[in-house]
Design a protein around this ligand. Structure first.
Ligand code: FER
Length: 246
């Protein structure tokens, strides 16, 4: 494993590169965590290990305000994450050993994966949004993000949930994002994985995204939660099976 930082306009993004055994050149998959998440979560590590098992390098990267990357959590927005992810895509294109590129992300990282796929449709052989939280923009427009209702036309300076705070700017940004347009912009292969008992992101959004994409395959994890508490091995099997064929 190689640990380093990727620069994004002066913001340091914490990254870990895990290589498969015995490969000089190989594909690489960017792996991104979710909202409040980081690269050492059980389901993120499981994806990294699954990629390495099938000969694909994994580059886990923590986005603005998360893990050991720069920035405060309360200041993060989806625009910052998009800018971060574009810097990561530029970075991986400079790596000599990389043959093909993939990107995967969980939840808000899955939404990010969908946005980046639409913005860089020629860069990826396939994209893998895992339980993508692509209802966030719609919820932000409806004044419902984070379970605490607010007036979507008069966004507060600060939002609170549990013991954490998030600037209203998070919502201002989210309100302007239209994932359907980025879904339409990407015509390549998409694997969506989603538990049908997800308590954070309704499973119906996975079904809808699979319908909207030109070339999507949906794997439903029966009875499972947002972070795959019951059948994580079904998630990693789905990822491995899909990537062996794509
Ligand atoms: C929300 C529900 C889910 C929300 C974010 C999520 C910001 C994303 C969760 C994740 O990335 O794990 O209301 O608001």
């Amino acid at each position: 494993m190689k640990e380093y930082y990727i620069d994004c306009d002066g913001i340091k993004l914490h990254a870990k590169l895990d290589m498969p055994e015995g490969k000089e050149k190989c594909p690489l998959c960017i792996v991104i965590h979710g909202f409040t998440g980081h690269m050492e979560e059980r389901h993120i590590i499981a994806v990294q290990e699954a990629l390495n098992e099938i000969g694909i390098a994994s580059l886990r990267v923590e986005m603005y305000g998360h893990g050991q990357s720069d920035g405060e959590f309360r200041d993060h927005t989806l625009y910052k994450w998009v800018t971060n992810a574009l810097a990561v895509v530029d970075h991986v294109k400079t790596l000599d050993f990389v043959t093909d590129l993939y990107i995967t992300g969980h939840s808000q990282g899955g939404l990010l994966t969908m946005l980046i796929a639409g913005m860089c449709p020629d860069s990826f052989k396939a994209v893998l949004p895992l339980s993508p939280a692509w209802m966030i923009p719609e919820a932000a427009r409806a004044g419902q993000v984070l379970g605490t209702p607010f007036d979507p036309m008069h966004i507060p300076e600060m939002l609170s949930f549990g013991d954490r705070e998030l600037r209203g700017n998070y919502v201002r940004v989210a309100q302007t994002i239209h994932p359907e347009e980025e879904i339409a912009r990407y015509r390549g292969p998409v694997l969506i994985v989603h538990g049908d008992k997800d308590e954070a992101v309704p499973y119906a959004y996975a079904v809808k995204a699979a319908e909207l994409y030109a070339d999507a395959h949906l794997v439903t994890i029966p009875g499972d939660t947002h972070c795959y508490d019951h059948h994580l091995e079904m998630v990693t099997e789905a990822v491995k099976e899909y990537l062996k064929k794509h």
